[in-house]
Design a binder for this molecule. Structure first.
Ligand code: GLA
Length: 381
């Protein structure tokens, strides 16, 4: 049974009538450009064929009844007029937060019955939360016939995350989940929110390896990095690190302590790498791609200090196999989570074999390996 059928059947069973529609929000993998989005910079993610499905029907009143199949079959029921933070069921807050953000613009929506199920691995840096937020916004917008576009939906998803859930994330995850294009990645300008689709070369596979390292410090460390970046921009009197060149940074090095200097150097060089990667993908220049992805990983390890020994180990294992025929780096927020490889089709099996034998041997952990396809965003026409 497909996941669509699963949510559809569960809906009929739970609510005693048929759902009127099934909606989807994809997860994402970021090919390059990490910790740049909240610095008004550039990112290059792709929406993937892992995501969240929702079977739903509009109600006559303002109530919301929601069942989450993957969270031990937990459910919740509330009124659109009384959305409160749920201390026990964290997943409910992504639903409530997205609805609150939507109602800032469309206060008169009707309530909804929903069954949710997803297959984005949780806490792996593949944006399970953005995929849920965007799936919710798509569901409620479609059923209420709202003229909501994908960029606005992404901002609402980010609003939910920043102001209700309490995570200070940037715009990348929600925007790619809403506006990704099948077969493509996207170079997104996180200041103007304009983007350029770029085809993923057909001979390269997107391979994602979950290190399965528990991401303990992720929220506090993430917020610290964000503050460090904002402090540098403030010290150098710029709106954001996006507005600094490497020459500006070098010229003002004396005003910064070593850590601040390295944090800023990562962001500035990573912005350049994201833009250069667009060009490398267009030209299918895997040698350049390989260099850029390697430099990105090194910079996230040495300057931004968000990798772990497991992520570093996975990257060097895979790099030895694919060399200049593709690229590999950590992806997402770091401190655990996944690495992403763009690997030629004929090397995927070898990557699989080496990672599944060597990684447990070296690090005592079992990896999950996914060969992904790109997918369309929820709001992409
Ligand atoms: C997390 C955040 C994103 C982005 C990445 C790092 O995934 O949700 O907004 O900052 O980390 O690139």
């Amino acid at each position: 049974m497909s996941r669509k059928e699963i949510v559809e059947n569960a809906f009929a069973e739970r609510f005693g009538y048929q759902s009127s529609g099934i909606f989807h929000g994809p997860g994402r993998v970021n090919l390059i450009g990490d910790h740049t989005d909240y610095n008004d910079g550039f990112v290059l993610p792709a929406a993937i064929n892992f995501g969240t499905d929702i079977a739903a029907s509009l109600r006559e009143d303002r109530r919301v009844r929601v069942l989450a199949l993957d969270c031990n079959g937990e459910s919740s029921e509330f009124s659109l007029d009384e959305i409160a933070f749920d201390q026990e069921k964290m997943w409910v807050n992504y639903v409530g937060g997205s609805l609150l953000a939507l109602m800032k613009v469309y206060p008169d929506i009707r309530g909804v019955d929903m069954v949710i199920s997803g297959n984005v691995p949780l806490g792996a840096g593949l944006s399970s939360s953005a995929s849920l937020e965007i799936a919710i916004l798509k569901t409620v917008a479609a059923l209420n016939n709202l003229p909501l576009d994908g960029v606005k939906a992404a901002l609402m998803g980010q609003d939910a995350e920043n102001n209700f859930v309490g995570c200070n994330c940037g715009i990348m995850d929600q925007l790619i989940s809403a506006m990704g294009k099948d077969g493509h990645a996207m170079l997104l300008d996180c200041r103007s929110l304009t983007f350029e689709d770029v085809p993923v070369p057909p001979d390269l596979e997107i391979v994602i390896i979950n290190s399965n390292v528990k991401r303990g410090l992720v929220d506090s460390e993430y917020n610290t990095r964000r503050q460090q970046c904002e402090t540098v921009a403030k010290t150098l009197e710029k709106p954001a690190l996006r507005d600094l060149t490497i020459e500006d940074l070098e010229a003002n090095k004396r005003q910064l302590d070593d850590v601040s200097y390295r944090r800023a150097r990562h962001v500035i060089t990573e912005n350049d790498r994201a833009r250069d990667t667009l060009d490398a993908l267009i030209k299918n220049d895997t040698t350049r791609l390989s260099t850029l992805m390697k430099a990105s990983h090194d910079s996230l390890r040495d300057d931004f200090e968000v990798t772990t020994k497991e992520l570093d180990g996975l990257v060097s294992m895979i790099d030895e196999i694919i060399g200049e025929s593709g690229g590999v780096r950590m992806t997402g927020g770091g401190f655990g989570g996944c690495v992403v490889a763009l690997a030629p089709k004929e090397k995927v099996q070898q990557v699989f074999n080496v990672v599944s034998t060597e990684y447990p041997k070296q690090f005592g952990l079992t990896p999950d390996i996914y060969v992904c396809r790109t997918a369309p965003g929820a709001f992409r026409e």
